[in-house]
Design a binder for this molecule. Structure first.
Ligand code: GLN
Length: 456
């Protein structure tokens, strides 16, 4: 823990950490040491971990990257945080992210990172002029730059997989409902899912087993499924495994360098005894408009709680209650969050609901059905995580649509609630990492981790 805390300080320019509480961290570490000395503790006993600042924590501020929650201290720990602590993990601190997890480049955080006096974009350790991906950019950077051995992330439309891909690490988003959302600051509740980000599939498997599991009293969407030992099948042979290759993931929008790295990884799978099966996910393109209707709709509803009354930011000068609401929200939310709230309220409003929101829900179902069709021909699906390697900081900062389009390969699995992961597949242009995306059918995390592990 001391080693990683020291690195968090010497690497402040990367902007990965938002907050530390060294006293709390070292107290947890000492308690873990004592348990280890007493011969107690499982495989994660004493392992340091840092949490995306979307998880609430008692010992550290919880901001979700938003001015709205600057300085907010939660009275409780998120279930995921609690479960990892119960497994012996030592919390190092809180990690930067896009405001309320909205973004693909971690350029949308409104909180000044540790040691810096103003908000700043998180930097990719492979090239500090490039973005780390988002929204779990701080998590990916912390692991890639060895500022933490592992981190938590959340994935609503790709926020674990895409930053993992951009930073050359491994991350998995489990089946929707595997991990409790209790204490995870809400973005789009029907899509939000927690997962681990680490250096290998092996590490992710250990962490996933610890953080998953039912939480019936606190998250009604948590599944009634006991956590599995996701490490048990890591070494299984891939002989005879059928890997579906969706043609829509290899279209004109895919950069040549990413295509080459992904195809090389697929050839490795063939050498390991797997067969590649051409499949089709015909509604892949529609996942962008569908997601960018449903996610903002849910966000506009979830974010209505930030009204200056119960917690968080409250405007100083106001004339009456309505004025207080307006000023509080105008001051507290950043530009991207406001854009999503406006899109969300628009698509949910009378007269537009049927044309946009309802239509999007129907297509969401069809996207999920397309996957079930595909899984009749294959055991898992592989393709790129993102159309390009990490882009330059600022390059797409003023172009929300360019950011949205880059989510095309991660959104389909999110909309279907399927497990997906990113595993390092080599390097593309400018020496930047490229991730291979693996998507499994519901509850097939062990199979994904097995395939990922065999590639590593
Ligand atoms: N990039 C997507 C968005 O901006 C996904 C974010 C996420 O998964 N949290 O909404």
């Amino acid at each position: 823990a001391q080693h990683f805390l020291a690195r968090a300080h010497t690497h402040q320019h990367l902007g990965a950490y938002l907050a530390l509480n060294e006293e709390a961290t070292l107290a947890q570490a000492r308690a873990a040491d004592a348990r280890l000395q007493a011969g107690m503790g499982g495989p994660l006993e004493g392992v340091p971990i840092a949490h995306k600042d979307i998880f609430v924590t008692q010992d550290f501020p919880s901001t979700a990257g938003s001015k709205m929650l600057a300085g907010y201290q939660s009275p409780f720990d998120a279930t995921v945080v609690q479960r990892l602590a119960a497994a012996g993990c030592v919390t190092l601190g809180k990690l930067n992210c896009d405001e309320f997890a909205m973004g693909s480049a971690n350029e949308n955080s409104a909180i000044a990172p540790l040691g810096l006096d103003a908000p700043a974009p998180v930097r990719n350790p492979w090239d500090a002029a490039r973005v780390p991906g988002g929204s779990s950019g701080g998590s990916a950077v912390a692991v890639a730059a060895r500022l933490a051995p592992a981190a938590t992330g959340t994935d609503t439309g790709g926020s674990i997989r895409q930053p993992a891909s951009f930073c050359g690490i491994t991350g998995i988003k489990p089946t929707y409902g595997r991990a409790s959302r209790y204490g995870m600051i809400a973005f789009a509740s029907s899509l939000d899912q927690a997962g681990p980000m680490a250096r290998s599939a092996q590490d992710c498997a250990l962490l996933l087993s610890a953080l998953c599991g039912p939480d019936p009293d606190r998250d009604s969407t948590s599944l009634d499924l006991p956590a599995e030992d996701f490490s048990a099948r890591l070494d299984d042979s891939l002989e005879g495994l059928r890997i579906g290759i969706p043609k829509e993931f290899f279209g004109a929008g895919l950069a040549d360098d990413v295509r080459a790295a992904v195809e090389a990884a697929l050839q490795e799978y063939e050498k390991l005894g797997a067969t590649l099966v051409p499949i089709s996910l015909p509604r892949t393109e529609l996942s962008i408009p569908v997601y960018y209707i449903i996610a903002p709709a849910e966000a506009s509803s979830n974010l209505s709680r930030y009204d200056g009354v119960k917690f968080g930011h409250r405007a100083r000068d106001y004339t009456d209650l309505e004025d207080m609401y307006k000023k509080t929200r105008a001051e507290g939310f950043g530009a991207e969050v406001k854009r999503r709230i406006m899109i969300g309220t628009y698509v949910l409003s009378h007269g537009y609901y049927d044309a946009y929101y309802l239509q999007a829900q129907k297509i969401r179902r069809m996207i999920a059905d397309d996957f079930q069709q595909a899984f009749q021909q294959c055991d898992l699906i592989a393709g790129p995580v993102a159309p390009s390697v990490a882009w330059k900081i600022g390059e797409k900062a003023d172009d929300p649509v360019a950011n949205y389009l880059a989510d095309i390969y991660t959104l389909p699995a999110s909309l279907a609630g399927l497990p997906g992961m990113s595993v390092p597949a080599g390097f593309g242009a400018h020496g930047m990492p490229v991730g291979l995306q693996l998507i499994g059918n519901y509850f097939q995390e062990a199979r994904l981790l097995n395939a990922a592990h065999r590639l590593q």
